[in-house]
Design a protein around this ligand. Structure first.
Ligand code: FEO
Ligand code: CA
Ligand code: CA
Length: 678
């Protein structure tokens, strides 16, 4: 997301035990485990095979890796890089695909490098600041498919010829703001491989944009309630636009999930903020891009700008936009395969700053589970469990969004509490849930919709564990363990512990857990700690070297071969001066300790964590997907400084030359046409 848009305010003012205290306790526990006390060998299980097997494991960390992947990383870790080019291992190529502004259709709206494209051009072109993405094959092909790409936010200086026009704190040019709104959201583009080059299929009927203004359906507890009523949607059934789409997910039934992250910054309430607006961080003075200041302009259509000001002005919610922000903060489901299909906001999965959304290990006859983290300091990790159980016949439906209705609109939302003994508890967020003060959520909320609207506020009351900025999560296809990036938290200042320099968690870490037999149980440990290679032993707990030092893990994805890809969005100088943001790879299920249990990264095995890719200067590396044949790997470069120079992503912008920076997808392939990474 970059430092530019991250709001460092601590919105969570609850007194829940901070994660670092639990972490401290867990590290003590780990040293006991490492000393040979505690863990018993677990039963074997294969890829997506058997149920979680840690039910007898009071105090255990994650389970045995008997179902290990066979993948062997067959490349040398590459050194850091500080250039206006991507860096890849020898024998690989990197192609720039669908950069910001690439037109979806032949309408004469070619991207212009002076920033002069119009708002309508932008509506028919790739948005800005690519982030999460997923490749959906057509006819099971690895050379023809649909790429769904999130566009997280915008760079105003690159978007316009001379930056935004603002006079006395007010936006004055309607098309400029429309262009900004249209540069947000999601792109769906058909892409094909020919002659070793991927290309967008111009004018394909499935090419389309979902923007910050596209009409979407609300679904789940918030839909059709008074909380969702606006002047635009008097029956509370719809919301306009998806904003700040960061991480992503996808479903077992072939749809794309886009996650609304730092959406509160797009709304303002200059009046009296509600408790919920205060908790989530809707500001009382400004929005990020001042779109609301064009309200009342003669060219304004359907309150397209007025809606960003959520101060009540009319006599009821039907007369104003007091509830406009209530239509944001969700996981949004898109059916990429169906032309003109409307996106659905799945409100049952909670309303917060969703970073990503990942489904858990699938088993017939068991509920479908989704995980999603709230990326802000001291915020929480959530799990949604469907009310109905998984029917494998739903994997290939004729109506995908109807299957989404089945599994994503009705269920239980939980929030995580990490206990000191490596166990964890999923705390339900329902009216009858017990609060830490001994009451129930019904004392503070009147309905499930009410809880969903202020998900983080409800989580405060039940005693969830405040985390160091939960980002992406992903599931190991061999073990079922779930991994989550905790990117950093430098505001951990009130817990000074001289023996533990990670109280100021500058470099972040990756945590993982296994579900227990009960829906409310899990066990967890820390897989790897970010650190500079020269960090002292308390900082560099995973014994990283120059060849794998990293900070601020963010994007995170397992591919089906069991390779875990870790991407960074780093702001820590200690690593930044050695390398730009990067992507590392490791096969966790192959790492075992002396007891045969899944190992964490440490001195004995740190070389298994390898740097595969480095982005150009100024960028963040984010978004991951891979073709079914594993021969094309897609990553996104967001907010590069002075790149791309050519179609070859590894060709550096010549010294002294300045290009208009464009976020883009980079496709990595092997010169010999083989599988990536192995
Ligand atoms: Fe958009 Fe949390 O990164
Ligand atoms: Ca980040
Ligand atoms: Ca991110």
């Amino acid at each position: 997301m970059s430092k530019e848009t991250f709001d460092a305010t601590r919105f969570n003012q609850s007194k829940n035990k901070p994660f670092e205290e639990v972490l401290e306790a867990n590290l003590s526990r780990r040293s006991i485990i490492k000393g040979g006390v505690g863990i018993s060998a677990m039963t074997a299980f294969g890829a997506f095979g058997l149920a979680g097997c840690n039910s007898s494991s009071s105090g255990n960390s994650v389970k045995a890796a008997s179902g290990a992947a066979s993948a062997v990383l067959n490349f040398e870790s590459i050194p850091g890089s500080l250039t206006d080019a991507v860096a890849i291992p020898p024998g690989y190529t990197a192609q720039v695909l669908v950069p910001w502004g690439t037109p979806l259709n032949a309408q004469g709206n070619d991207w212009k490098d002076d920033g002069s494209n119009t708002g309508t051009d932008q509506l028919n072109a790739l948005g800005m600041h690519h982030d999460g993405m997923h490749f959906f094959p057509l006819n099971d092909s690895s050379t023809d498919g649909l790429l769904c790409i999130n566009h997280e936010y915008i760079d105003l200086s690159a978007l316009h010829p001379n930056g935004p026009t603002v006079e006395n704190g007010v936006r004055t040019i309607v098309d400029e703001v429309r262009k900004e709104i249209n540069a947000h959201g999601v792109s769906v583009v058909r892409i094909q491989l020919s002659d070793n080059q991927w290309q967008l299929v111009d004018n394909d009927p499935l090419n389309r944009r979902y923007t910050g203004a596209t009409v979407m359906d609300l679904s789940g507890p918030i839909a059709h309630t008074s909380l969702a009523v606006t002047r635009f949607s008097p029956d509370g059934s719809q919301a306009r636009g998806t904003l700040n789409n960061c991480g992503n997910g996808y479903t077992p039934w072939g749809t794309y999930l886009t996650c609304e992250e730092n959406w509160p910054g797009y709304f303002v309430n200059a009046g009296v903020r509600t408790q919920e607006q205060d908790r989530i961080g809707v500001d009382d003075e400004n929005t990020r891009y001042l779109w609301e200041t064009l309200a009342g302009d003669a060219e304004e259509r359907l309150d397209e700008f007025a809606r960003f000001n959520v101060k009540p002005t009319g006599s009821s919610a039907m007369d104003d936009y007091r509830n406009e922000a209530n239509g944001h903060g969700y996981i949004v489901e898109i059916d990429p395969y169906t032309q003109n299909s409307r996106a659905k906001k799945r409100t049952a999965l909670g309303r917060f700053r969703h970073e990503g959304c990942t489904f858990g290990k699938l088993e017939a006859g068991k509920p479908v589970v989704f995980y999603s983290g709230h990326d802000s300091r001291f915020e929480y990790l959530y799990k949604f469990e469907s009310a109905v159980v998984w029917d494998p016949a739903d994997a290939n439906p004729s109506n995908r969004l109807a299957i989404g209705d089945k599994y994503m609109d009705d269920g239980i939302l939980y929030v995580a509490r990490f206990n000191e003994d490596s166990s964890g508890t999923w705390l339900p967020l329902t009216l009858d849930s017990t609060t830490v003060s001994g009451g129930t959520l019904a004392d503070s909320f009147s309905s499930l919709a009410d809880i969903i609207l202020n998900t983080a506020g409800a989580a405060d009351l039940v005693g969830a564990t405040p985390m160091d900025r939960p980002e992406w999560c992903t599931v190991d296809p061999y073990t079922g363990s779930v991994y989550l990036t905790l990117t950093n938290n430098t505001r951990r200042t009130d817990e000074t512990n001289p023996a533990n320099p990670r109280l100021n968690n500058k470099f972040g870490h990756v945590i993982r857990w296994d579900e227990g037999e009960m829906a409310t149980e899990f066990t967890w440990d820390i897989f790897v700690f970010g650190s500079p290679a020269n960090g002292d032993s308390d900082t560099n707990r995973s014994s990283l070297t120059e060849l794998n030092q990293f900070a601020s893990p963010d994007g995170l994805a397992f591919d089906p071969r069991g390779i875990l890809w870790i991407q960074t969005d780093n702001g820590a100088d200690e690593v930044e001066e050695y390398t730009n943001d990067q992507m590392l790879a490791v096969v966790p299920s192959k790492l075992t300790d002396e007891n045969g249990n899944q190992a964490t990264i440490g001195a004995d095995n740190q070389a298994e964590l390898k740097r595969f890719f480095v982005g150009p200067n100024g960028c963040e590396v984010t978004g991951f997907t891979i073709s079914p044949d594993y021969k094309s790997l897609f990553v996104n470069i967001q907010h590069p400084g002075n790149w791309p120079y050519s179609h070859n992503a590894a060709e550096a912008t010549p010294a002294g030359m300045t290009v208009r920076p464009r976020a883009a997808t980079v496709v990595i392939r092997r010169e010999d046409g083989g599988e990536i990474g192995v």
